[in-house]
Design a protein around this ligand. Structure first.
Ligand SMILES: Cc1cc2nc3c(=O)[nH]c(=O)nc-3n(C[C@H](O)[C@H](O)[C@H](O)COP(=O)(O)O)c2cc1C
Ligand code: SF4
Length: 430
């Protein structure tokens, strides 16, 4: 798409609505899920800053907000990389319900990203061994880091300690099933909190990805070996969550399109996983790439690196596909116009400028504050600090900005509550 054409057509494709399972999203612009570490208490609760951070991106023109990844079991929440939101009991529920309501108040659709765990990429504050498919610790090699990562590492040298993961232990089959049951129960809470959909978090070398990969899954039982076996953990988790939330509710999956490591799972295998999930009624695929050990694919240095993979997923699954890391609105318009993906998700660019969507819609593209892909924001989270952005001094300070407080509303009766087929269990999953 030439700039001239996009301008003439007013970004017609990027700004057109899309419907997923009866839920209309006002445009094709999504906030990518990003762990902000703005919860601040390390206990996983939503606070005023988190509400205002998401309000800014909804008000700024994202039709779809996908939350940062929320850890959905007690075991998972004991082994984060640094710190995340949690949802595994009733105490987390009101804060997340407030978050969904806030996003809705600013006119956006709200999906919650739910994670069953970091697996071997997790750490415990007490030095315990994290759960994983097999006993293979994580090791990040410098050749797989994004360009210029060295510079930001110099500023945060303690991050280098995170290159080597803790020694994991192999999960038993009983433990796998217990985790899946607790996770599915937590997804019922997420639906009850009035999120419009759930995104299962399965990319980036996290637990589901670890089961998918022959590099990290050395099991000889029904969860290891063939692709069919390696995808069993993800498929079972998907099915348990689907049973928990019902078929009328949006349930999508985020996947890495390729592991990009010698001997790792391939793009062809990822497509097969996508086809299987589509056959089981998944509602969309949100693509990503790589893992902590292939970080340059996960955090690309340039726009559009996943577009061809996204197009392949569209062909293979016939589902709506969300493609990340296209910061240039002209390229985003072209990607959607050519049918390579259906929605673009913006990550770091939304730290740099939450008004990206409005500026595109109002013909103020030159005013967009561009993300420099310097990875300062990311590195801060690696060392346990909340996100800040070198381009936007207000990222992380939205709670002090009244324009991101919930506006007063005329009382409107709730028309359709999202109620899970069964209420969440309040029992402990010991
Ligand atoms: C600080 C930070 C935290 C992130 N946390 C998550 C997360 O919780 N879940 C997820 O699926 N991706 C996460 N990502 C990846 C983004 O969703 C996105 O795929 C990636 O940043 C590439 O897109 P971008 O170039 O627009 O930033 C995170 C990225 C950043 C920078
Ligand atoms: S700190 Fe800001 S400019 Fe740098 S990568 Fe993060 S979002 Fe982009």
């Amino acid at each position: 798409m030439t700039e001239k054409k996009a301008r003439k057509e007013g970004f017609a494709h990027l700004l057109s609505p899309i419907e997923i399972k009866g839920v209309e999203i006002r445009n094709r612009i999504a906030l990518a899920p990003m762990n902000t570490l703005m919860s601040l208490d390390n206990r996983g609760y939503v606070n005023e800053q988190i509400l205002a951070y998401y309000a800014a991106r909804a008000k700024g023109g994202c039709g779809l907000i996908i939350t940062e990844c929320v850890l959905g079991t007690r075991l998972a929440s004991r082994f984060p990389y640094t710190s995340n939101l949690h949802l595994y009991d009733l105490s987390h529920f009101p804060g997340l319900a407030e978050l969904a309501e806030t996003i809705h108040a600013f006119g956006s659709v709200a999906f919650i990203q739910m994670s069953i765990g970091f697996g071997r990429q997790g750490h415990s504050h007490t030095g315990e061994r994290p759960p994983a498919p097999s006993v293979v610790p994580m090791m990040v090699s410098p050749e797989y880091l994004p360009r210029g990562f060295g510079k930001v590492l110099e500023k945060y040298p303690q991050a280098a300690e995170r290159a080597l993961g803790a020694m994991p232990y192999e999960m038993t089959v009983d433990e796998i099933r217990r985790e899946q049951d607790e996770f599915a129960n937590s997804c019922r809470f997420a639906m009850g909190a009035q999120f419009d959909g759930i995104e299962l978090h399965a990319p980036h070398g996290y637990l589901e990805h670890q089961f998918l990969s022959p590099l990290t899954n050395k099991r000889t039982d029904l969860y290891g070996g063939s692709l069919q076996n390696r995808m069993r953990f993800l498929v079972e988790t998907y099915l348990k969550v689907r049973e928990a939330v019902g078929f009328d509710y949006i349930l999508g999956v985020r996947l890495s399109a390729d592991e990009h490591l010698p001997g790792g799972f391939t793009h062809e295998e990822a497509l097969e996983v996508g086809r299987t999930l589509a056959g089981l009624g998944a509602d969309y695929i949100h693509l990503s790439d790589g893992s902590y050990e292939a970080l340059k694919y996960f955090f690309p240095d340039e726009d559009g690196t996943m577009l061809e993979e996204a197009a392949n997923f569209k062909k293979a699954t016939n589902l709506p596909v969300i493609c990340p890391s296209i910061h240039d609105p002209y390229l985003a318009e072209e990607a959607i116009a050519k049918g390579k993906c259906d929605i673009v998700s913006l990550g770091r660019q939304m730290f740099a400028d939450p008004e990206w969507g409005n500026k595109v819609a109002e013909g103020r593209v030159e005013e967009i504050r561009r993300c420099k892909r310097c990875n300062e924001c990311l590195m801060r989270t690696v060392v346990g600090l909340p996100v800040r952005c070198i381009q936007n001094p207000n990222t992380g300070r939205e709670k002090y900005m009244p324009e991101y407080w919930r506006p007063p509303v005329k009382s409107k009766p709730v028309t359709k509550m999202r109620v899970p087929p069964r209420l969440p269990e309040l029992r402990s999953f010991d």
